[in-house]
Design a protein. Structure first.
Length: 154
């Protein structure tokens, strides 16, 4: 997997969370993901296609972090994951991919991106469109964890 694809998404996620939700996330060690099971409670998934590669990205939040993110962005939040939280995760996924698309375009990679799909619930699954390996990077915060996943066909 090309690290030139991964870093723009990671930087964009960190930027969106810091500037929009006033939350700091700390990336942990990346690893290969072995199953389709999501590591959190609500996930935004988006497909991407370019002349160089096709793939997908997902951002998964534990419920506690998703709620804290909404509180940080709009000043209030529900007590549990509901349609407002799933809409927020879809919007964050959009903002992250938009920021990454801009950074990738500066490196000569032009991507078309689909509309994000949001999946939530305990033990939900994420099905990446690409046939390549899935890389997962956990991110810690004082409110819980987020997980960003990438899969690209070279």
């Amino acid at each position: 997997m090309n690290v030139d694809f991964i870093n723009p998404f990671l930087s964009s996620l960190l930027n969106v969370m810091t500037t929009m939700a006033h939350l700091e996330l700390t990336p942990m060690k990346p690893s290969l993901k072995k199953s389709n099971m999501a590591s959190g409670d609500v996930s935004g998934l988006i497909g991407m296609v370019s002349e160089q590669a096709k793939g997908s990205l997902s951002i998964t939040f534990e419920a506690s972090l998703a709620i804290a993110t909404m509180k940080g962005m709009v000043g209030e939040a529900p007590d549990e994951v509901n349609s407002e939280i799933t809409d927020l995760v879809g919007e964050i996924t959009n903002m992250v991919t938009g920021g990454a698309k801009r950074l990738l375009s500066e490196k000569g990679f032009e991507f078309d991106m689909a509309t994000p799909m949001v999946v939530s619930g305990e033990n939900h699954t994420i099905h990446h469109k690409a046939k390549g390996a899935v890389i997962i990077i956990p991110l810690n915060s004082k409110y819980g964890k987020a997980f960003i996943e990438f899969s690209f066909d070279g």
